[in-house]
Design a protein around this ligand. Structure first.
Ligand SMILES: Nc1ncnc2c1ncn2[C@@H]1O[C@H](COP(=O)(O)OP(=O)(O)OP(=O)(O)O)[C@@H](O)[C@H]1O
Length: 497
């Protein structure tokens, strides 16, 4: 295993993330790779090549298994001895919430259930909470009611990213799950105890899916590699595949180093979509740059063998990651850029970073939570109403969801960019925390005069003795409120104590 590499987080060039032109250039390169030079080989070799729009589908979608026996890993959730497995086998599907990290197989499991249910004449309807409106849910429910009463047909409603539905949207289907008009299957990357209505949650079985382990990732990648007709090169037998040019067809033979497969499996961090996208981009990039220049003849030629190396897959993974990443580095880069733009009072850039996140499918509540923090950390007492604004924006987003809530966030972001800034409270509080953390030995006792004395014994021990009750004095009271050993310390002025 490549020890020093961190999954999905190797150096990607800070400047590139913050440079729009670099971003656009990467996207253009990527598009070229998808439809460009390698496209011919790709469309002739990829799985599902006979379907009319097969060139448009990502490899991950094409490799999605249709049956449970091809579903890799996740044995704790759907292994042989599990309850869910026996329910699926007898086709008794309960309402489910599939909870797990991106690319671990939630949609795939729903797809397998859909396939199975079609065989038993059960309707399977899919909605994505990122773009479905409450009316879409109502339509599905109405149809489900008709199907149930006229044809005795059951309906399974699959809602991808169910956590993006707000409370009132989730309330729409609660009674229909309760009375059995629909069986609900929701998929979410977020903890359902916080993001799914308690009433709805109590009517669903929560299935926890895990990050796919490296071995499962290798199996998934190897299936794709085999179906693409790519040969795996055994690194224990060092031969140069490019030196053998026995291939007579015009199609190149594609090879991949075995360590490239291992590295891809490892760096995908349990996300099969990232791994398969990375593989696809590595192959396409290598194929599209296949033309070589021969110094001797002065002509270009295309070698009949192409080798995908460890570096190619890293590059492929990095490219796919930039475009599809919602849970990784790009998500943190963008929120950091938004925070800094607001801190720098640049309303223009603040709006840009906000839109870039929302358009990329970011959860609006994630952004709203950051605004609540910003209100106190960066604006603080320079404009205390900022905190109210942020909390209101958070609640508004929760009530109305995307896309309607985007303007609430935009308003709040511009308000914050324009607001006066003060870190007085934030840094004073940090000074107090540093003081407590750096303290050696037992913490100083609370001064006796500041202690409450609800019992006689406490009074006898001197609790509350000498305390001056401020409202009784017309002039400022001279009284110490810090422990004895901190006397004179001013957290608002000094950095450390
Ligand atoms: N357990 C699995 N077995 C085989 N292939 C898998 C498995 N999990 C994922 N895949 C592959 O990865 C692709 C992406 O998986 P899927 O769409 O199910 O992820 P997801 O958990 O729904 O992710 P997200 O939360 O990002 O939507 C699938 O199309 C499939 O090719």
């Amino acid at each position: 295993m490549p020890g020093q590499l961190t999954p999905l987080l190797w150096a990607s060039g800070e400047a590139e993330h913050h440079d729009t032109r670099a971003w656009q250039w990467k996207a253009a390169q990527l598009r070229a790779a998808w439809g460009g030079g390698g496209g011919g080989w790709w469309s002739r070799n990829q799985p599902g090549r006979n379907s009319p729009n097969h060139r448009l589908k990502p490899l991950a979608d094409k490799m999605r298994p249709d049956a449970l026996q091809d579903y890799i890993g996740q044995s704790r959730a759907v292994g042989q001895e599990t309850l869910l497995r026996s329910l699926l086998e007898t086709n008794e599907i309960p309402s489910l919430i599939l909870w797990g990290p991106p690319g671990c197989g939630k949609t795939t499991l729903a797809h397998i259930i859909a396939n199975n249910s079609k065989k038993h004449s059960i309707r399977f309807v899919t909605l994505s909470a990122t773009n479905a409106k409450t009316n879409d849910v109502r339509d599905v429910i109405k149809q489900a009611q008709n199907e149930k009463s006229f044809f005795k047909r059951k309906t399974i409603l699959f809602i991808d990213e169910i956590h993006r539905f707000n409370k009132s949207q989730q309330d729409t289907f609660l009674p229909h799950v309760e009375c059995g008009t629909i069986t609900l299957i929701g998929a979410t990357t977020e903890n359902p105890s916080f993001q799914v209505n308690a009433a709805l949650l109590s009517r669903c079985r929560v299935i926890v899916l895990e990050k796919l382990p490296v071995e499962a990732m290798v199996t998934i990648l190897m299936r794709a590699i085999n179906s693409l007709g790519i040969h795996v090169l055994d690194s224990s037998r060092p031969t140069d595949p490019l030196s053998h040019s026995s291939n007579s067809s015009s199609e190149p033979s594609v090879f991949i180093e075995d360590k490239a497969v291992d590295t891809l499996a490892y760096l995908s961090d349990g996300d099969a979509r990232a791994g398969l996208n990375g593989l696809q981009l590595a192959v396409l990039a290598r194929l599209s740059s296949r033309k070589m220049f021969c110094k001797k003849s002065g002509q270009t030629y295309s070698p009949s063998r192409v080798l995908i190396t460890e570096n190619d897959v890293k590059e492929g993974l990095q490219r796919s990651h930039i475009l599809y990443d919602r849970a990784g580095e790009e998500h943190y880069n963008c929120i950091s850029a938004l925070h800094k733009a607001m801190r720098g009072s640049d309303q223009n850039a603040s709006l840009y970073w906000l839109a870039r996140m929302l358009e990329g499918g970011e959860d609006p509540l994630y952004v709203a939570r950051r605004l609540v923090r910003f209100a106190s950390e960066d604006i603080g007492l320079a404009d205390p109403s900022a905190l109210t604004q942020a909390v209101a924006a958070y609640q508004g987003c929760h009530f109305i969801g995307m896309p309607e809530c985007e303007v609430l966030l935009a308003q709040c972001v511009v308000y914050f960019a324009r607001a006066p800034k003060s870190i007085e409270v934030y840094s004073a509080y940090n000074n107090v925390k540093a003081c407590l953390r750096n303290h050696q030995g037992p913490l100083p006792p609370v001064p006796l005069h500041l202690r409450n004395a609800p019992t006689r014994l406490m009074k006898d021990l001197g609790y509350g003795k000498g305390y001056k009750y401020n409202p009784m004095y017309s002039e400022p009271v001279d009284q110490e409120y810090l422990p004895e050993e901190l006397r004179g310390v001013d957290f608002f002025k000094q950095r450390r104590c």
